[in-house]
Design a protein around this ligand. Structure first.
Ligand code: AMP
Ligand code: MG
Length: 535
């Protein structure tokens, strides 16, 4: 097994002179060298063949015992040089100081044959200088959730970190799942995540909070150079040191960078709101500078449509990270990033322009998503208004978000008064549907008239709708079923679910069970409707 590494983060940014996992505050440095702590018996549970292929790994590489050893944290390939990154963050609205990779250890930046850069990062690989009071490990249940959801998001077309592998460690990890004083041992696991960059908003906030403008500037220039090379035009690919000497990183360039971060974040949130994903912990340390979904913890998927729902039990009081608030939370987080970057700008105007671009891009995404999901070709505000009315009805009547939008393409829009029948199976409670049936029928009549005026032929309309509204998403209860089966010794559920989620927009006859409404047993079952950060 061979990979080519170019560890630019280590080479180009200042590092911590101390090594090893001892807890410490790390000043003036972007990273600390630390090796994964070996585990008792690494065993490959699952891998994503697409990610292995992207890295240039062959099937034989994945099957060899070396693979589980490397991606379980017991061995290094030539060129790997492990580190933990230093960053801070705002957690639940409050500045939390230094956080850093407490249980993530990057192995290296692999360069694929096509030149693409893929940082390989183990999650759950043992303590680092940033582990604070925790153990640096991860449990199997949350590792299965991260593995499945990262890949599902990719196939849904949502920007995300990827998952190469899921390795069982053969060791127990003790967790108090409900924070109720009942810790118990659970099987441990390590996921290898893959992304072009794991830089977070909090990466910039930490040096800014310490008044370390030199490190802040170094990080910003590095990030533009490595992660946004297209902003450098003809200078892309030239050594970073040369570009610094030529003073290429002026305010105009940094402003363009911030603006792009804002626009990418808006598009990311647009996707989340389209597919019904609730991140659950949108702290600024969990916001990727590249606009990727990162850090899958107590995330959830909307079953019955409820903009106020959060899967995170830690957040149940204020529901800061509820589904419907994600657009405004992302904006708030960008505000924290803008504040952190402000020492690099003479005045606030370019940063404000970026934040305005966020609002404009999000508004555009929301409107385009609405029209695509309704099957309207004209992307106008009428479509958005219709969508808002439908969402209010879905909330009141208890409609399953995924299934309702999918079923909407079966409505006969040639009829003046279309029947509700095609939608009926997407509702959770007949009496709640009955209470709203007249309002829904009135909405359907207006919707049908709008479709006829829009003029898209039936097939094109349905294709547009199916491309925007998935049939299959990794519903919380589906992930939990795979977890329960794995705990009972049958890991087949992980592979089955991953395979269904490879084609989320396809009909996949025979696999309808994976699109079933959330069963009642899942309503108050841990892992299905409520999750804690204990992972
Ligand atoms: P999260 O809420 O998962 O984004 O984590 C917030 C911070 O806590 C990050 O710095 C994590 O690296 C750290 N952290 C979370 N879980 C653990 C753990 N089991 N061991 C060490 N650090 C952790
Ligand atoms: Mg995190």
């Amino acid at each position: 097994m061979r990979l080519r590494f170019d560890n630019a983060f280590l080479r180009e940014l200042p590092g911590d002179p101390a090594t090893g996992p001892g807890l410490r505050q790390v000043h003036g440095a972007a990273w600390s060298r630390v090796e994964p702590t070996p585990v008792a018996a690494p065993r490959l549970v699952a891998h994503a063949a697409e990610v292995a292929g992207m890295l240039g790994l062959a099937a034989g590489d994945v099957e060899s015992p070396d693979f589980a050893a490397v991606f379980g944290g017991n061995a290094l390939l030539p060129g790997m040089d492990p580190w933990a990154a230093n960053y801070g963050g705002h957690q639940f609205g409050h500045w939390a100081g230094q956080l850093g990779d407490g249980r993530a250890i990057s192995l290296g930046e692999a360069l694929a044959a096509d030149g693409a850069r893929h940082e390989l990062q183990l999650k759950g690989a043992g303590p680092t200088p940033y582990s604070r009071s925790a153990d640096g490990r991860a449990v199997m249940r949350s590792s299965i959730r991260e593995f499945i959801c990262s890949e599902a998001m990719h196939h849904l077309g949502v920007p995300t970190t990827r998952a190469l592998s899921l390795v069982a460690t053969g060791e127990a990890v003790v967790r108090d799942m409900f924070y109720d004083g009942h810790p118990r041992p659970e099987p441990g696991a390590v996921v290898c995540r893959v992304a072009p960059s794991f830089i977070r908003f909090g990466t910039f906030e930490l040096p800014a909070s310490r008044g370390d403008v030199a490190l802040l500037r170094a990080l910003a220039e590095f990030c533009v150079w490595r992660d946004f090379p297209w902003l450098l035009g003809e200078h892309a690919g030239r050594p970073l040191g040369h570009l610094r000497l030529e003073q290429l990183f002026d305010e105009t360039l940094l402003a363009a960078w911030f603006r792009e971060v804002c626009e990418r974040t808006a598009r990311l949130v647009g996707h989340w709101m389209r597919v019904g994903f609730v991140h659950g912990v949108l702290n600024t340390d969990n916001m990727s500078i590249l606009g990727l979904t990162i850090d899958y913890g107590p995330y959830g998927w909307i079953d019955d449509y409820d903009p106020d729902w959060t899967p995170n039990t830690t957040d149940v009081q204020h529901r800061r990270y509820r589904f419907g608030w994600q657009p405004r939370v992302a904006h708030w987080n960008l505000g924290r990033l803008a504040q952190a970057l402000s020492p690099l700008f003479a005045d606030a105007a370019p940063l404000q322009a970026g934040l305005d671009a966020y609002a404009a891009t999000w508004a555009e995404c929301e409107r385009d998503n609405a029209c695509a999901r309704l099957g309207l070709q004209a992307g106008d505000d009428d479509g958005l208004a219709l969508m808002r009315e439908l969402q209010a009805l879905m909330h009141r009547a208890g409609a399953d978000m995924t299934n309702l939008f999918r079923a909407l393409s079966d409505v006969d829009v040639e009829a003046d008064a279309p029947s509700l029948e095609p939608l009926r199976a997407a509702f959770y409670a007949p009496e709640r549907l009955a209470a709203e049936a007249a309002a829904l029928e009135a909405w359907l009549a207006r919707y049908a008239a709008r479709c006829r005026a829009d003029g898209l032929p039936r097939e094109a309309r349905v294709a547009r709708m199916h491309a925007a509204s998935p049939r299959y998403v990794p519903r919380n209860y589906l992930a939990q079923q795979a977890i329960d089966r794995a705990a009972a010794g049958d890991e087949g559920g992980i592979h089955e679910l991953l395979d269904v989620l490879r084609d989320p927009y396809g009909e996949q006859p025979g696999r309808e069970a994976f699109a079933a409404l959330r069963p009642d047993w899942a309503l108050d079952r841990a892992g299905c409707s409520m999750l804690s950060c204990s992972s």
